[in-house]
Design a binder for this molecule. Sequence first.
Ligand SMILES: [Cu+2]
Length: 159
Amino acid sequence: MDITMKTVKIVLATFVALSFAFSAFATTMNDEDVRTINVVGTDNMKFDVTLIEAEAGETIRIVLTTESNMPKQAMAHNIAIIDLGVDMEEFVMASIRARDNEYIAPDFEDRVVAHTAMIGGGETSTIEFTVPETPGDYEYVCTFPGHYQGGMVGVLRVN
Ligand SMILES: [Cu+2]
């Protein structure tokens, strides 16, 4: 490689790195007023955050991370927040059969307030959504088979 080519490559690499840095910075700036809640899903089928309080109509961001060394087929997590009045048991049982739809039952999709992707160990999924206008306790759950039964649930409390 001649010197000119090498210089061009270095300049390009620097430019790309700077672009990434700037876009990450810009994203942070744009979203700084969105309240962010970090949640970790663990191998013992629990969320480390089981109560999220929010104001009606507020925009919030939930960042879910799965902590696991197991293969994704054996251990993955999501967060699905369900509308008031939905039978959680029914939703979960229907969702177990919806593997091709990230374990979200299509019949219930219009009753899901928001849900993350189904993610394996080391992965992160972020959702940003408007909290419902109706106050109440909105349950959330991981719909990976067996995890609801293992106690992987929480509450989004809308005040
Ligand atoms: Cu799970």
